[in-house]
Design a protein around this ligand. Structure first.
Ligand SMILES: C[S@@+](CC[C@H](N)C(=O)[O-])C[C@H]1O[C@@H](n2cnc3c(N)ncnc32)[C@H](O)[C@@H]1O
Length: 248
């Protein structure tokens, strides 16, 4: 799928749109009704509701698009890549994070692994990720692999950096998620670094520690990741794999 401009879709699919429309239409009708009957309090409540729905919708679309890109720009800046690393993005979807990483790897490779499930992101196909990599001019350094995060088809110690954005939470069952996290650790090289953003990614810290990771930390991200719900910010878990020969 060749495109002039990359398009990264909407996380969670279009399921939210009918809800926003229904809530907005209901509140508008309520506002009209209150005006006709001269019910001032009900009219004010409806207006506040309309503003809240508009704010929620704007926040949702911001977080799934520009918000995600700006947060990951900062996380990738912090990683301070040399440019020759092998980077894996688990659950890469249409490639927003993968392609941002690929831009920083002039001599390296960015691999995206996914099962490309449509309900998790609109237009989520391997072809759309390929088209986006082409549109962004990085396709020659991007590899896309059909793979379930719980069974990654890579040998141990394959990647310098493992990234993931909003993917592990879509795996049902805590034991299945733990299996996927242990796979992420398995494919990370000694001395490698991991960055995982997710809903309550702090849940993953003990699993990463028991899988042998060091320097495991948790950071609560800012409003850009709130998907329109104040206080519902995503969490980042940071971890490293001990360097070969090191004692942790
Ligand atoms: C909300 S989307 C986020 C996509 C991408 N990380 C981004 O930020 O644009 C979640 C992604 O996780 C993928 N996913 C869900 N379960 C998976 C699994 N078991 N193995 C690999 N990928 C999975 C979905 O196909 C989808 O692409």
């Amino acid at each position: 799928m060749r495109r002039d401009r990359a398009r990264y879709g909407v996380d969670g699919g279009y399921g939210g749109i009918p809800i926003f429309l229904l809530a907005g239409a209901g509140l508008l009708a309520g506002d009209r009704w209150a005006k006709r009957r001269d019910k001032r309090l009900a009219g004010s409540v409806a207006k506040v509701g309309i503003v809240a729905v508009l704010g929620f919708a704007a926040g949702y679309f911001y977080s799934t698009g520009p918000g995600k890109l700006s947060v990951w720009k900062e996380l990738l800046d912090e990683l301070d890549l040399r440019g020759d690393e092998d980077v894996l993005d688990i659950g890469c979807g249409r490639g927003a994070v993968l392609i941002s990483a690929a831009h920083r790897l002039p001599r390296g490779r960015a691999t995206g692994a996914d099962i490309w499930r449509l309900r998790d992101q609109t237009g989520n196909t391997r072809a759309s990720a390929e088209g986006n990599a082409m549109a962004e001019g990085v396709s020659e350094r991007v590899d896309l692999v059909d793979a379930d995060a719980r069974h990654l088809p890579f040998p141990p110690d394959s990647f310098d950096v493992v990234l993931s954005n909003l993917a592990f939470d879509n795996i049902h069952g805590s034991e299945e998620r733990a299996k996927a996290l242990r796979e992420a650790v398995r494919v990370l090289r000694p001395g490698g670094r991991m960055r995982v953003v997710d809903v309550r990614a702090d849940r993953y810290a003990p699993i990463l520690r028991s899988a042998g990771c060091v320097d495991v930390g948790v950071r609560h991200l800012d409003w850009r990741t709130s998907f329109g719900l104040p206080g519902h910010h995503m969490t980042l878990v940071l971890a490293g794999k001990p360097a070969a020969g090191s004692r942790n």
